[in-house]
Design a binder for this molecule. Structure first.
Ligand code: ADP
Ligand code: ADP
Ligand code: ZN
Length: 216
């Protein structure tokens, strides 16, 4: 099963991707995580991406297409993958079509998470992550069972992303509406798109996604 989770920043793509990963044993491929790792490691890609990400703009298509193409070739992707945060432009979607067909792979479905902009700002400004295992949390909507201890790994250090501030979120939402939302028409026209209500609670959204996947 190869699928795309499509939606604005803070829609819940990462949260749902991790749940699908656990349930189906297919891997999450997050271009945002890969780019942050490149920035942290100070690679050539990281050096190009850093300032763009801090401004809340999109990194160039060439860079992310290259990263994804290489990543899909790794053995753990053979059993299926969840694209989280890619594609984000029509150019990336077209390149994905070509590279999947070159690799003899295909997409099964594109699931869109629909969430209002005001809710997204609240989600992103309250987001934090376990430094050790990457599990995602929220100050209000998904607190660890015990304060300051990760439910998943017991880690006690948490991090916030530099771009998760209100000002950068506004730029990211502008980029989403201008550059990424055309993908709804792109995949809708291809008969690939299923939309779910991303405003619902985390478990309810997960249930809707399970239903979509069961009905494929
Ligand atoms: P979110 O999950 O909040 O939408 P991501 O972690 O997916 O954020 O992305 C963080 C930043 O990384 C984006 O604002 C953008 O600068 C860059 N980025 C991630 N994926 C892509 C992509 N497919 N194309 C261009 N830029 C990307
Ligand atoms: P994305 O990957 O689309 O940027 P995340 O999965 O990181 O979004 O979710 C953004 C924030 O909102 C996180 O703090 C997460 O815990 C929280 N969150 C995710 N889904 C929901 C939901 N359905 N209801 C409330 N909060 C949510
Ligand atoms: Zn953890």
């Amino acid at each position: 099963m190869n699928l795309i989770l499509l939606g604005p920043p803070g829609a819940g793509k990462g949260t749902q991707a991790k749940m699908i990963e656990d349930a189906l044993g297919i891997v999450q491929l997050s271009t945002g995580d890969m780019l942050r790792a490149a920035v942290a490691a100070g690679t050539e890609v990281g050096l190009k991406a850093k300032a763009v990400m801090e401004r809340g703009e999109l990194v160039s298509d060439d860079i992310v297409i290259g990263i994804i193409s290489e990543r899909i070739d790794e053995p753990d992707c053979a059993g299926g993958f969840i694209l989280d945060g890619f594609p984000r432009t029509v150019g990336q979607a077209e390149a994905l079509d070509v590279l999947l067909s070159d690799k003899d792979k295909k997409l099964n479905v594109v699931i869109e998470l629909k969430v209002d902009d005001e809710k997204l700002v609240e989600r992103i400004t309250g987001r934090f992550t376990c430094a050790k295992c990457g599990e995602g949390y929220h100050e209000t909507f998904k607190r660890p069972a015990e304060d300051d201890v990760c439910d998943k790994c017991g880690g006690t250090e948490f991090v916030r992303r530099k771009d998760d501030n209100e000002e950068t979120v506004r730029s990211r939402l502008t980029a989403y509406h201008a550059q990424t939302s055309p993908l709804i028409g792109y995949y809708g026209g291809a008969g690939m798109l299923r939309s779910v209500d991303g405003m619902a609670d985390i478990g309810v959204v997960g249930g809707q996604i399970t239903e979509v996947l069961n009905n494929l």
